[in-house]
Write a protein that binds this ligand. Structure first.
Ligand SMILES: [Zn+2]
Ligand SMILES: [Zn+2]
Length: 186
């Protein structure tokens, strides 16, 4: 069993005048990066950092890179996302204690590099809402309206009582999209 010390907690005394070069790898678990079914980091993140003392404080600069296993939000298949060349630049002003701990900042740098929206490809067509067919693989025979139109067309088809009855609370139509049905038609 390998024991991993807090790699990124650096004793100030160990920083030579020319700076301390740190190279290594750190796992998501060591950084307490949350992992789940949607995204995980099966391999450690590699880091290359240069830590220098600057007028009583410490400056840490460098790069991180790694890969993530993600599940596409549209088609639900897994894919590998490269997170390469995440830049690191943190300044720790004095007064400092015995050590300077980069762990939290490195974790934040990695978390910020995670994509908010997980897509196997920007063109991913996702799954058919009717039959679940992966539309990247092949078409299905379900009838579908245009993407994008479907959400609003469902709302437009909603017939709300005009005038007297008032609208049910909580149903808001999107501004500018209200169909003109009131103008004394029929
Ligand atoms: Zn996809
Ligand atoms: Zn279908």
């Amino acid at each position: 069993m390998k024991e991993t010390p807090r790699l990124l907690a650096i004793p100030i005394k160990s920083i030579p005048p020319e700076g301390l070069r740190l190279e290594g790898a750190v796992t998501a678990a060591e950084l307490e990066i949350p992992e789940d079914d949607r995204q995980a980091c099966p391999e450690p993140f590699r880091f290359e950092l240069l830590v220098t003392e600057v007028s009583g404080g410490v400056l840490a600069q460098g790069r991180l890179s790694g890969t993530m296993r993600c599940r596409c939000d549209r088609c639900l298949l897994y894919y590998t996302q490269n997170c390469s060349d995440i830049s690191v630049c943190h300044d720790y002003p004095p007064p400092l204690g015995e050590t300077v701990d980069l762990t939290d900042d490195v974790r934040d740098d990695i978390l910020l590099a995670f994509p908010q929206r997980l897509l196997c490809s920007p063109e991913c067509r996702g799954l058919c809402p009717e039959c679940g067919q992966n539309l990247n693989v092949r078409e299905c025979s379900c009838a579908r309206g245009d993407d994008g139109e479907s959400v609003w067309s469902a709302l437009d088809a909603l017939r709300l009582p005009d005038g007297a009855g008032g609208k049910p609370a909580g149903v808001a139509r999107p501004a500018g999209r209200t169909p003109r049905r009131r103008s004394g038609d029929k």
